[in-house]
Write a protein that binds this ligand. Sequence first.
Ligand code: BG6
Length: 486
Amino acid sequence: MPHTIVIFGASGDLTSRKLIPALANLMRNGLLPEETTIVGFSRTLMTDEAWRDSLQATTEAHAGGQPFTATDWEAFAPSIHYQPGDIGKAEDLARLQDRLQALEGGRAATRVYYLATAPQFYAPVVSALGNLGMASEDAGPRRLVIEKPFGTNLETARALNSHIHTVFNESQVYRIDHYLGKESVQNILALRFANTIFEPVWNRRYIDHIQITVAEEVAVGRRGSYYDSAGVLRDMFQNHLLQLLMVTAMEAPVRFNADAVRNEKVKVLDAIRPLDLGHVADAGIRGQYAGYTAEPGVAAESQTATFGAIRLEVDNWRWQGVPFYLRSGKAMSCRTTQIVIGFRQPPLELFAADNSRSQREANRLVIQIQPAEGIQLHFHTKVPGDGMRLRLTDLEFSYSREFAGRLPEAYEPLLLDCMTGDASLFARADEVEKSWGIIDPFVRAWQSVDMSPIPTYEPGNWGPPSSTDWMLAQGRSWFDLCPVLS
Ligand code: BG6
């Protein structure tokens, strides 16, 4: 069956920097289903040719891997089409529908409607598709892909879900979190559920705590006005960090399919201890990088957090008493995304006399998601020579050493999954709502007028000094290595 991908918000950055390069890579790797047609829809008046021309340079710049050659482009460009129109005008949507039918030659086709617009257009596009009967699956599957942010809190996420469900069934809806498309995130499932050696130690008996860090070196740049109303909690925690927590903490699904995987993930969210406003203050640290309020689009007195660290407790048999520390920030020391499984100390410290406390750091398993992908296991080794002096040494697995070639960009597998109808790596309605339910109390507490002025940190640090002190006060320390694999 032919495939049609309709991109709403075709003239935006996401389309030119991520979606089209990902589709182009799928094509040159022979993975794009045959007879795939891409149709861009946005207000800018353009012909097919003009849109193709504008996309050639951005695709070459963002495709990654081997240079994207003119021959690659010539093979790909004929699949791209453009239909100008205004989402708010029924007649423009009707014209789009006619164009799609003409391109599909009146045959049944799988259609993917990709919402790459600003979030305020999600609901109007869904209504327009509903009004024209474009969600009906009489002429082939119809799928809706929605980018983040999915709402701005629990209430708006619920309202958006209810609205979507008036037109699409949940099984037709694909909510994107591009972190789930990253190879090294999917590999966490392989590490945990395709091996037996980790499972016996993956619990409260052996694990002291878990740290999940997404540090970015970049500042907010041109996205000041969006970011100032979102802040790090909405921008990173509700989606990416909680997704990483879920894949780290979930039980093994009984099958590897969308429902079974997502059921297990949702159970993790259900087990996260709810916090009332009174307790949220102790369970997190916020910060703002110096110079943030001078960024374009940012309010001069802004108290928006560009750094956050929070502690969550997962109240189930596996994780009771094991804190999960989630941390993310802009303008930090380096770009690194890592999950650190911090193991307990041995019950008896036999070699304390010959070794300082820092030499006796506990075992760690460090899963590095980016920029370099891989895993390190940290364990003690006797330093050759006198006595029982120890040093933390490591076993390392690195993707780039093990596998030749580039890793696919996150959008590549995700786009393919929407086309083939595999929703395992997409957030379900309840997952999104429960995630907001966990993050909302932090957002409210951090916005409360009772909060003292937000602590600042110098760009290039690991957040404000209070973040280090907060961990030390809990008898732990952040694993601040930039990045552990190179
Ligand atoms: C986006 C956030 O969802 O993720 C950005 O809106 C952030 O603020 C980005 O920079 C990080 O993604 P990645 O893949 O570069 O880690």
